[in-house]
Design a protein around this ligand. Sequence first.
Ligand code: NAP
Length: 490
Amino acid sequence: MASADESALLDRVPHGLLIGGEWVQAAESATLVVRDPSTNEVLKTIANASPEDGIRALDAAVAAADDWAATPPRQRGEILRKTWQLVQDRRDEIALLMTMEMGKPLSEALGEVAYGGEFLRWFSEEAVRITGRYGINPEGTGRTIVSQHPVGPCFFITPWNFPLAMATRKIAPALAAGCTVVIKPAELTPLTTLYIAKLFTEAGLPAGVLNVITTSTSGAVSAPIIADSRLRKLSFTGSTPVGVKLMQQAAENVLRTSMELGGNAPFLVFEDADLDAAVDGAMLAKFRNIGQACTAGNRFLVHESVAAEFSDRITERVQGLKIGRGTEPDVKIGPLINEDAVEKVDSLVKDAVSRGATVRTGGKRVDGAGSFYAPTVVTDVPRDSAILRTEIFGPVITIVPFADEDEAVRLANDTEFGLVSYAFTKDLARGQRLIERLQTGMMGLNVGVLSNAAAPFGGIKQSGVGREGGFEGIHEYLSTKYTMTPNPFA
Ligand code: NAP
């Protein structure tokens, strides 16, 4: 049962769609329910948008687009900064809400508030740094002007695993650049997006600049928005198969797209690694967010001379992880998002075991209410196991030994994904070689967590297109215009 504080918080979360500055019901008053994955209990009933509601939200974003693009950058930045302050003031509420709807431990939810909130502050500062250039063409016959302009109305689709950060990582740069937005959070975790949308309105964001639609029919509601010729940009975070489908839809109108897709991160531990740091890094890279992060270490490739010690030390640490509802003290492993997720993780572990892998600890679901899976260490994983080719998205470490650097790099790159890699080594030259050899958009060198609002987050290969955060982030929402003018002295 939700506590009295939790119930009061849920009452403060809007239950409507945010369209044109108004909280409205869905067509025919349709609703959907949001549940707590640790108990399966209903948290709240909210509006369930239809395709027509989606188009109404796009209408509002289109209507607000010109005024918002013409709003002085400082004013846009100040609204973002004010929203960041509101997020700080309400950090405990936002963290609790995320824990309730998604299941992550409260301490991690607070970490996400800091990280996700930071995009608002970072892009409040970037709003006033949109620049262009003025030059003389090589022939000397003309003057060239390069200017940056807001892309226009954007549609965002976000996943359930980081309910705050995945929304702010898109909304903040878009608003800073002068774009208006329709956002569709995942059906499983829409409450955080509704809550922060309310903070934007409290911070003075004009009507129609940010519109929120929640729905249980994501495909049916999204397709007409993507097909609408008034839309200018689609930004998606989620799985690669859905990303591929959306890119195909976006191709019809040659839409600008940003795609933050799945991963299969290799985590390399070399014979010269600081093993204490590697074990700490592995625990963070794997068990943060209950293993449900696109950046989660998926394949732990360990030099054969230290593989046994690494496995022993990891197993001991994993056996000490407390499982439970994320609101309980010291819990490190909350529930997986739903039963399907438990089924998927369990079948991957069973497949590896059937091929000869050894379960050192865990390897089973946890009985009782909620979708819990025991934190697990699997060693001697045969290289043809599905678990090495699939994004596990659960609390399972797979350990595979390697013989030398060439083999480690070959194994690491042997995937269609290319989001992030991790490497632990004390050898500086090796570290530099790995930066050049590992085929990923991001790399943690002797660290197990790397996300930062000031850095360009994103992947290569089938992990995506585009970058979120850093100096690069705002350019996803700007289009470049080149103008030629005559030589004024001619
Ligand atoms: P998902 O199933 O692809 O869903 C992501 C979002 O897409 C949700 O809002 C979902 O809505 C929506 N969606 C699903 N099918 C759709 C369709 N046909 N048309 C329009 N929207 C559709 O992924 P997920 O399970 O939520 O998230 C996990 C995945 O996200 C993992 O692969 C993870 O690696 C990836 N991820 C990547 C990053 C990154 O930055 N690279 C960050 C976080 C997560 P409903 O759920 O309501 O159907």
